[in-house]
Ligand binder design. Structure first.
Ligand code: SF4
Length: 699
């Protein structure tokens, strides 16, 4: 280990919470993390310079929790867990996985990689799946957050990623359209950039069903109906074309299928948009005028757009809008999906932890690509796409999937309709969970392997602007917990392979050999000269990285002809719509002080002291009608289940909509959410479920 126990260690590292990718100096002493402070040189922290949010500053305390897993655990016949040696645990895992595969076939086992771990760890999990287990089934939680973004941007622009930079482009745009993103709470430092720029004169237009924090800073806030976004985006495009506000030269030079788009958006008159999406005609018009008049526009979105049964269509519509206005391939402009987890861009996408995509988004059905992998690995990866996360759970119910290796993911709380997901986990013959805490998912495991967390790791994360940045340890994993890459390597070797990586840098060398977009990434460059990271594509060692994708003049979209594609989007309705039994629409999301299923932040006293339990936002008019006072308890019920949560009376939501955060096990919102999926990406429709409420009074 690099960690000295007799003094304070300081290391420049990258935040392990969200994908803004803030960098700071982390301090450690006696093997534990003790604090963070801004870096001395702001160029080493391109996304944040000196800022961090409350999670970045205080959130690391979870790593020192005495609830950390410190020994491998195996479930006994009586259902309890007993601590065992690493030898025993790994042998047991290898035997059971092999036995299932021998008896039922290689594809009856699947792997879930983590978007929180490093690129190097994620790469090894997909290699373990494809090379060692020979299964085509590997996926990760990006399926649940931005898979629809990736699907849509790949079809229209070529790369499924943010086109631009945080600081120089998002921070300098002339105008913004922010939609489906609670930016101030989910990506606080990025929101600060936007707020500063708006204060300096940039225009901010926000479309969202909730009047969230960023809307307070907007020149225009328009409340939308949850689940009907294609209608108003197509309406904007129609208005722009009808009023000759589109960038005709850019469209002519750099795109295909504009006539199809023009036809598709024709029926989206202001009247129809108002009927379908609840957007008044004058607001549609003023948003279109603002965006068309600006020299540069950034389009920012998150899960309010993507977590929908037509999430891919939503993002296609946004891409069509940006292309119509020619707002790509130049500074200050671009399509900016705000990715969620710290490393969901890298570990959740670039590393190939996806059922139809090898590292660097290479196509497993391409013979040449498979031959290249066979040269590197000695085995060809499976050619066919495997199961997506939700399909893994349905196949577990059908006994077509019998074993899972889950690394740093918590589907027992993050899947929609968690009762269904829990039954699927129970139906498995064998479940291995590798994590740092006894999560709701680990409770269902046969073996639990104790792992390390980001302040204990060497590696890299790739942030939402495609920037690959170093992660360095200032603490040590507690007890007998181990580095994730070492655990996966041990498992591979017990299953007959001979992996001998000595350090994550060697894994990155293999990644750069095999994935062209990471071709020029190595630790030496990240330590020397590129301490501010490298933005992919980085094809070779001399390449400085790619700040923004594509080119306003020459196109350079990632297709053979260099042209972007308009792919007209269809509007539809959500999988569940309110009726007399379940008359309200429930939507879910994040709050500033917590993170995803709360495994980390619920263990930080300073964060829990701000928000210590789940709650439901209820509009004052609805609260009065039903007889609910602020702070009362309320039963919220859907067709899947019911929960009891505290009422927060607020006009952030309208009288037909409720909001519950996603971070709590008690009052878990995913007991209520529905299993409708976007057909293209497989993303669940977390943002729209029909519910009813019942007042329970105080305490
Ligand atoms: Fe960490 Fe995101 Fe906060 Fe930055 S904005 S400190 S990356 S959680």
């Amino acid at each position: 280990s690099d960690v000295r126990l007799d003094r304070i260690d300081t290391e420049e590292t990258t935040c392990g919470f969200c994908a803004v990718g803030c960098r700071f100096e982390m301090w450690g002493k006696d093997g534990e993390t003790i604090g963070v402070k801004p870096v001395d040189d702001p160029t080493a922290a391109p996304a944040n310079n000196f800022s961090t949010c409350v999670k970045g500053k205080f959130g690391h305390e979870f790593a020192n929790s005495d609830e950390r897993l410190t020994e491998p655990l195996v479930r006994t016949g009586s259902g309890d867990f007993k601590p065992v040696s690493w030898d025993e645990a790994l042998e047991y895992v290898a035997e059971n996985l092999r036995e299932i595969q021998d008896e039922h076939g290689v594809d009856t086992v699947s792997c879930l990689a983590s978007s929180k771990g490093t690129n190097e760890e994620a790469y090894l999990v997909q290699k373990f799946a494809r090379q060692v287990l020979g299964t085509k089934n590997v996926d990760n939680c990006a399926r649940l957050c931005h898979s629809s973004t990736v699907a849509a941007l790949q079809q229209t622009l070529g790369y499924g990623a943010m086109t631009n930079r945080i600081n120089e482009d998002i921070g300098e745009a002339d105008a913004y359209l922010i939609t489906g993103s609670n930016t101030t709470e989910s990506h606080p430092v990025l929101a600060t950039r936007i707020k500063q720029n708006v204060r300096d004169g940039a225009d901010l237009v926000v479309f969202d069903p909730r009047k969230i924090g960023i809307a307070e800073h907007a020149d225009q806030y328009t409340r939308t109906e949850p689940g009907y976004d294609v209608a108003w985006i197509n309406g904007l495009i129609r208005y722009i074309i009808e009023h000759d506000l589109h960038d005709e030269d850019f469209i002519e030079r750099n795109t295909r299928n504009f006539d199809e788009l023009r036809e598709k958006v024709r029926p989206y008159t202001p009247q129809r948009v108002e009927e379908v999406a609840g957007v008044p005609a004058d607001e549609l018009e003023s948003a279109a005028e603002t965006l068309a008049e600006a020299d540069t526009v950034v389009f920012g979105w998150a899960m309010g757009m993507t977590q929908s049964s037509h999430g891919t269509q939503n993002v296609l519509a946004l891409a069509n809008l940006a292309l119509t206005l020619g707002q790509l391939g130049k500074p200050g402009a671009g399509l900016s999906p705000f990715r969620g987890q710290n490393n969901v861009q890298g570990g959740g996408g670039d590393m190939g932890t996806l059922p139809g995509s090898l590292p660097g988004y290479q196509d497993p059905s391409d013979d040449e690509v498979r031959a290249k992998f066979a040269d590197a690995w000695g085995e060809q990866p499976p050619a066919e796409p495997g199961l997506k996360v939700p399909e893994m759970f349905s196949e577990a119910h059908n006994e077509n999937l019998r074993g899972m290796y889950i690394v740093g993911e918590n589907p027992a709380l993050s899947e929609p309709d968690v009762q269904h997901a829990e039954k699927a986990l129970e139906a498995l013959d064998f479940l291995v969970v590798q994590d740092i805490f006894m999560t709701e998912t680990a409770e269902h495991a046969d073996v639990v392997l104790p792992a390390a967390t980001s302040p204990e790791k060497h590696g890299t994360f790739t942030n939402t602007e495609r920037r690959i940045q170093r992660v360095r340890p200032t603490a040590e994993p507690p007890g007998n917990a181990r580095q994730d890459w070492e655990i996966t390597q041990e498992l591979a070797n017990r299953l007959g392979y001979d992996w001998d990586y000595g350090h994550p840098r060697e894994i990155m060398d293999e990644i750069s050999d095999i994935a062209p977009i990471y071709g020029g990434v190595n630790y030496e460059r990240l330590e020397n000269g590129h301490h501010h990271g490298l933005q992919w594509p980085v094809p070779d060692d001399d390449h400085p990285g790619t700040p923004y994708l594509y080119d306003y003049d020459d196109g350079d979209f990632n297709f053979e002809d260099g042209r972007a594609r308009f792919v007209p989007a269809d509007s539809g309705q959500p999988g569940e719509i309110p009726d007399e039994n379940y008359p309200l629409t429930l939507t879910s999301g994040r709050v500033l002080y917590h993170w995803h299923t709360g495994q980390l932040t619920r263990r930080v006293e300073g964060l829990m002291s701000h928000i210590g339990e789940s709650f439901v936002e209820i509009n004052p008019e609805l609260a009065e009608r039903v007889g609910i006072a602020d702070g009362d308890y309320v039963r919220v019920e859907s067709r899947r289940g019911e929960i009891v949560v505290k009422a927060q009376i607020t006009d952030r939501v309208d009288a037909g909509t409720l909001f519950i955060p996603m971070h709590f096990a008690a009052g878990a919102v995913n007991k209520l959410t529905q299993e409708t999926y976007d057909p293209k990406s497989g993303i669940p429709e977390y943002k729209v479920s029909s519910v009813r409420i019942e007042p329970l009074g105080p305490e």
